[in-house]
Design a protein around this ligand. Structure first.
Ligand SMILES: Cc1cn([C@H]2C[C@H](O)[C@@H](COP(=O)(O)OP(=O)(O)O[C@H]3O[C@H](C)C(=O)[C@H](O)[C@H]3O)O2)c(=O)[nH]c1=O
Length: 182
């Protein structure tokens, strides 16, 4: 397993050790001891999620506030996504900055997103299945949506035509008005 920082230091790109043979491949998609050894972090994951989306879907940018803030460990098991995280930690030198990483079933990369970040993605394949662990339970009352195409975020989404976006996400909050983490 190899772990490298993304463009935002605390957001980590994880590349698992993949064992391939004539049958296919095997890799440990999560190993708590190894994760802690390599990151020094001890996240307690309480929920596993699976979302499937078709090409040109944008989901996000979502986050939960207060005690419901979630760390996320995400990977893609089918297709490809343009994954985006935005630093919403007010004291951070990268506050308001977006980091964009391609995650796919082919590159088998995972992303560790600490609490304090908004998260979303664009599907750039026919379909994408995202599997992710969270360190906090879903809490609708504490969920916030950052406007995915807020010009202040300057995210260069590789769109092919108008994306498919939920009404909730179309009504996202611009960064300037967003509830952030102190
Ligand atoms: C997030 C969540 C949703 N739901 C229910 C609520 C809705 O009836 C349905 C779809 O929810 P939503 O449209 O919020 O799903 P996404 O747009 O994929 O939300 C996710 O999008 C971005 C990419 C994230 O990083 C978050 O994990 C999460 O907010 O699933 C649940 O039952 N549990 C949950 O944990």
């Amino acid at each position: 397993m190899k772990i490298t920082p993304s463009d935002i230091a605390d957001v980590l790109i994880i590349e698992p050790q993949v064992f391939r043979d004539e049958r296919g491949f095997f890799y440990e998609s999560f190993n708590e001891r190894r994760f802690e050894e390599l990151t020094g972090l001890q996240p307690r994951f309480v929920q596993d999620n699976h979302s499937q989306s078709v090409r040109n879907v944008v989901r996000g940018l979502h986050y939960q506030v207060g005690q419901a803030a979630q760390g996320k460990l995400i990977r893609v098991v089918a297709g490809t996504i343009f994954d985006v995280v935005v630093d919403l930690r007010r004291g951070s030198p990268s506050f308001g900055r977006a980091a964009c990483i391609e995650l796919s079933a082919d590159n088998q990369r995972q992303l560790w997103i600490p609490p304090g970040f908004a998260h979303g993605f664009l599907v750039t394949s026919e379909r994408a299945d995202c599997i992710y662990k969270t360190t906090g339970y879903w809490s609708p009352a504490d969920e916030r949506t950052l406007l995915w195409n807020d010009p202040a975020l300057a995210i260069d989404w590789p769109l092919r035509g108008a994306p498919i976006v939920s009404a909730k996400d179309q009504a996202g909050t611009p960064l300037a008005q967003a509830e952030v983490f102190s």
